[in-house]
Design a binder for this molecule. Structure first.
Ligand SMILES: Cc1ncc(COP(=O)(O)O)c(C=O)c1O
Length: 442
């Protein structure tokens, strides 16, 4: 048989058309998402009818890069950068990832130390260890955030960063911490997981230090199920965090360019945020300030109606104007009284909880971080602890931060909802007054 004329030489193409084929994601996947929302059965039926009668439903490109439409993740990054007042923002899949990417961007690794507070979700310390560095754990003060004096005492020649945590919605003592960091030439990585939108001295948290790390997991202020962001004004650190988050220096101005500067190319991991999370995060960022206004209004209304009683001490908030208002914490004179008052508050229907009970395990309190205290490792190489001689490791002991245990055992945490009505606030304040009057002896 004679050879056919090749298409390249003007012959007929062998393959004239492929597709169109159904999109990867279609009606079933859209329905799976809608079904997560609690619509009434009637509305669900209507929506189902509309979705399944349309043959044209083509699902979205859920990868943040290469999509045919503008990326939701990128839009969320822009909105977050604008809201937080920073030049650069990187979306990631969690705050833990944000912390690791930030520490890696700073070049932190084996043999280094990072100072973390004794009261934070364990992720702050775990992220340090995941970089093969070791966390130096320091006590908190009456703000329940890193005590700047304790941080100063813990600094060694191996210290590479301070990682203050804005716990339970309130800013850490950022003026003293930034002063310390400046004096010692150390970068500050703010853990903003629990205080998204808060501020210190008029600057949004996450824009005060060198880098800020946010969580959008479902239990935080703004949420996308899972998710996180890194904020910074430093372009080089952003470039390095961005590379770490996407396996290997992918998205510098030119993806396949050779290294422009020492330290630009290295092997990273994959912390990318998906378009699903990006879309939800963007909607939440747009609502953030309205939610914060609700939290602050409700907290102020409860707090100003609580009677002044001897023995009642409110948690110190280093900058009241920058408090997110997600909770109201006060200390009572001793742990036994706190437990009794707590039970009475709960019986009144006040949304109150304790923070620390020595019999209840909790990953937010350093005494339970046996992964660190007992120097646990994931592999026989013994890292991160084996990178330093035993005597040079931070001195870990269960009694090394007594203040945090004393304060937390005497803490009562009242949950604030940004939707509380004036009546809700009045009832909560009434319940608190009723119980505290009884227990504080008036
Ligand atoms: C203070 C703090 N840091 C870090 C994290 C980790 O956040 P993610 O769950 O997004 O990794 C949390 C989450 O609970 C947190 O509370």
């Amino acid at each position: 048989m004679a050879n056919e004329r090749l298409a390249i030489e003007g012959g007929q193409k062998a393959v004239r058309q492929l597709g169109p084929y159904p999109a990867k994601l279609g009606r079933e996947e859209l329905w799976a998402l809608i079904d997560l929302w609690d619509f009434s059965p009637q509305t669900k039926e209507k929506l189902k009818g509309i979705i399944f009668s349309d043959p044209q439903v083509r699902g979205p490109h859920l990868f943040r890069y290469y999509g045919p439409k503008p990326s939701q993740v990128e839009a969320a990054e822009k909105a977050m950068a604008e809201t937080m007042g920073v030049k650069h923002c990187l979306a990631v899949n969690s705050c833990t990832s944000a912390l690791v990417a930030s520490f890696r961007a700073l070049g932190i690794g084996a043999g280094d130390e990072v100072i973390v507070p004794a009261y934070t979700f364990f992720a702050t310390a775990a992220a340090v260890a995941a970089c093969n560095a070791v966390p130096a754990i320091v006590d908190v003060d009456d703000s329940l955030t890193m005590d700047p004096r304790a941080a100063e005492k813990a600094i060694t020649k191996r210290t590479k960063a301070l990682a203050p945590v804005h716990m339970r919605g309130a800013p850490a003592q950022m003026d003293a911490l930034m002063d310390l960091a400046d004096r010692k030439g150390l970068p500050v990585v703010e853990d903003v997981a629990q205080a998204c939108g808060g501020s210190f001295g008029g600057q949004r948290l996450g824009s005060v230090g060198t880098l800020g790390c946010f969580s959008f997991d479902f239990y935080k202020i703004a949420v996308s199920g899972e998710g996180g962001f890194v904020t910074t004004n430093d372009e080089w650190l952003y470039t390095r965090a961005q590379s770490w988050h996407d396996t290997a220096a992918c998205w510098r101005p030119d993806r396949y360019a050779r290294e422009r500067r020492d330290g630009e190319l290295f092997c990273g991991e994959n912390y990318r945020m998906s378009e699903l999370q990006g879309a939800v995060a963007l909607a939440q960022i747009k609502k953030l300030d309205a939610m914060l206004a609700g939290y602050r209004r409700a907290k102020a209304s409860i707090k100003e109606n609580i009677e002044t009683l001897p023995g009642l001490q409110f948690r110190r908030v280093p900058d009241d104007r920058g408090d997110t208002g997600i909770c109201l914490i006060f200390f009572l004179p001793d742990a036994g009284l706190t437990r009794k008052a707590l039970a009475a508050l709960q019986a009144e229907g006040v949304p109150a909880g304790g923070i620390y009970d020595s019999k209840v395990r909790d990953w937010h309190i350093f005494t339970y971080w046996e992964h660190v205290l007992d120097k646990k490792c994931v592999a026989p190489d013994g890292l991160p602890w084996s990178a330093l001689p035993e005597k040079e490791l931070p001195p870990y002991a269960r009694d090394m931060c007594p203040r945090v245990l004393d304060l937390l055992a005497r803490s009562i945490h009242v949950e604030i909802n940004c939707h509380y009505s004036a009546e809700d606030c009045a009832a909560i304040a009434r319940g608190i007054n009723k119980v505290l009057r009884a227990y504080l002896g008036q």
